[in-house]
Design a protein around this ligand. Structure first.
Ligand code: CIR
Length: 255
């Protein structure tokens, strides 16, 4: 969670057509843009250098740059997103990653893996199997991570949850913020766990960046819990992107 750089992509007008599992109404472009601007400002305040890529009208979900690639200080991995409409986002972000990283690996084979299913901790890289990341993709990703010298753990994502990280985030080296349903899978036995209050599940996709924890401002009980535990919480509006199943990690690649 110690980062110097991030990449984000400006939202396109087409973001109103972003993928969603359940229809809770479409977000507005202006609303998403305002939330994205707030995110970029908070990132700068947290001390990271922000590279903003141009909007891509042809890809409604391309604002969520976390999914088509994975980055570490030691290199980048080009992934294969599991949603048909998102697959070509990888080619769109590839030139930037080749410019910025010396080592850029391609996910071999034909399996799928979304960055939203990948959680980096100090010990290992956890890969959650989901509707977007299949076993073949997870195993191929493990091969790439081996090359970068990273240990991996392949774990399950609860049924009906979009991505592994939809339901968890790392608060510090020892502490995981998780929904009850994900914690019950036993994936975080090695961690001290903080469980999201019932009804605030989307708050689990929080984001620790340097000395702050960014959390959706619609989740007061989670904010209070983290605040009481001594974390420096930065509440950010996520109401509009929440309508297309997104949270705070999805909007950046961090290293
Ligand atoms: C999608 O379904 O792909 C987008 N509407 C939301 C992606 C969220 N990404 C993430 O959590 N990493």
């Amino acid at each position: 969670y110690s980062f110097n750089n991030i990449i984000v992509r400006a939202p396109s007008q087409s973001v109103v057509n972003g993928l969603r599992a359940a229809d809770r109404g479409s977000p507005t472009f202006e609303g998403v843009k305002a939330e994205h601007d707030g995110y970029v400002a908070a990132m700068k305040d947290a001390g990271v250098k922000v590279t903003v890529l141009p909007a891509l009208e042809a890809f409604p979900d391309s604002i969520f740059v976390e999914d088509p690639a994975l980055v570490f200080t030691e290199g980048a991995i080009l992934l294969r997103p599991g949603a048909a409409t998102r697959m070509k986002e990888t080619a769109e972000i590839e030139p930037t990653l080749r410019q910025m990283f010396e080592a850029v690996l391609d996910l071999p084979g034909t399996g799928y893996a979304d960055g939203g299913d990948v959680l980096t901790t100090s010990e290992s890289v956890m890969i959650g199997l989901s509707a977007r990341t299949d076993r073949a993709g997870a195993e191929a990703l493990r091969g790439c991570l081996d090359k970068l010298g990273r240990k991996t753990e392949i774990v399950a994502t609860p049924e009906g949850v979009l991505h592994f990280k939809t339901d968890c985030s790392l608060l510090d080296d020892e502490t995981m913020l998780s929904t009850g349903r994900l914690a019950r899978s036993g994936a975080f036995k090695k961690f001290k766990q903080m469980i999201i209050p019932e009804g605030e599940e989307p708050a689990a996709n929080a984001l620790r960046v340097n000395d702050v924890v960014m959390v959706g401002s619609d989740f007061p009980r989670t904010i209070e819990m983290l605040d009481k535990a001594g974390y420096k919480v930065v509440p950010l509006k996520t109401t509009e992107i929440g309508k297309i199943d997104a949270g705070l990690s999805c909007m950046s690649l961090r290293w």
